[in-house]
Design a protein around this ligand. Structure first.
Ligand code: PBG
Length: 322
């Protein structure tokens, strides 16, 4: 009797590595950074063990060390010293992110620097757009987002990543970037960004929790999958260079679907709550941290992500877990 024996290709580590369908390459991982205005040194983030808020100097040191580990791509989140009603710190040419971008690109021109474009870290109410009478206004927000993206591009960002979920923002940003002569600056669109409980630690890190209500009127409802395809198609139409699905772990089907319909690269965001969950499990002895991390990241790539933003990136490479 001759039966096909799949176990033959599982006999040794070398064979398993040889036939593995999914490979995690450091070049496909993006490290997030929280750069904080008015801070000197570093500050731990209680809910995200291993991740810190950093000052500009510390950021440069981290990026340098990361480069040595093979981490070339990073996404920057800014925490301004002052927040106001409109979030004016977001498009301030000498704002914290703008200064961080230009410092990183000047010292390490080989990096790919991505900036998160949103207002929630800069507004006193914590919402991602202009608020009037308790609601978030779409079209007046577009202008502010485009202004923010333009200031990031002017500072030297390789890519801008709008995460606000206003309708039409990709087109609005593309127009403004092109008019200002930044036609080579890419747009990584947070296309299918869900209203998720997994953002908790991030909001703690950035102090960006909404002061009233929630984000259900702009972020997606987790019950919807077809709607994510619609969002991806809209962003492609408006000129997105990369589309993103966020969070990742509870949305592997969405990553798969985005991959099927998207001619451009698909990014997935392995968010703060997903990271914190692994840390908590490891701390409680509920699982092996290396294996949990690798299994999660592998599943995201296997689902179809071309690249992943993950807080695990540095640790993974530092510990030689790959
Ligand atoms: C800003 C933004 C958020 C995240 C990325 N960009 C927070 C939010 O939408 O409330 C979350 C990232 C994470 O949880 O790691 N809008």
């Amino acid at each position: 009797m001759s039966i096909y024996r799949p176990r033959r290709l599982r006999t040794t580590q070398a064979v398993r590595d040889l036939v593995a369908e999914t490979v995690i390459a450091p070049s496909r991982l993006i490290m997030p950074h929280f750069v904080c205005e008015g801070l000197s040194g570093r500050q731990t983030i209680e809910t995200m063990p291993g991740i810190e808020r950093v000052c500009l100097e510390s950021l440069l040191r981290d990026v340098e060390a990361d480069l040595r580990l093979g981490i070339q791509s990073l996404i920057l989140f800014g925490i301004p010293a002052v927040k106001d009603e409109t979030g004016s710190g977001a498009w301030d040419d000498s704002g914290i992110v703008q200064r961080a971008v230009s410092a990183v690109k000047k010292r390490f021109p080989e990096t790919c620097v991505i900036t998160d474009v949103c207002l929630c870290e800069y507004t006193s109410h914590g919402h991602c757009g202009v608020v009037k009478d308790g609601s978030v206004l779409n079209d007046p927000t577009l202008e502010l987002l485009a202004r923010t993206a333009r200031s990031h591009a002017a500072a030297g960002a390789d890519m801008v990543a709008p995460s606000d979920m206003m309708d039409g923002r990709v087109g609005a940003i593309r127009n403004v970037l092109d008019d200002a002569g930044f036609s080579d600056t890419s747009i990584m669109a947070y296309s299918a960004k869900y209203c998720s409980a997994f953002y908790g630690p991030f909001r703690d890190a950035a102090g960006s929790a909404p002061q009233f209500g929630d984000r259900q009127s702009y972020q997606m409802d987790c019950r919807n999958g077809r709607e994510a395809e619609r969002e991806v198609l809209l962003d492609l139409d408006e000129g997105a260079d990369i589309v993103m699905v966020k969070p990742a772990l509870s949305y592997l089907d969405i990553i798969y679907r985005a991959r099927q319909i998207s001619p451009v690269p698909v990014c997935a965001y392995n968010v703060s709550g997903e990271y914190a969950m692994v840390k908590a499990a490891a701390r409680l002895g509920l699982g092996d941290e290396r294996r949990l991390t690798l299994e999660i990241l592998t599943s995201i790539f296997r689902a179809g992500a071309d690249m992943v933003i993950s807080y695990h990136t540095r640790e993974l490479l530092k510990n030689k877990w790959l």
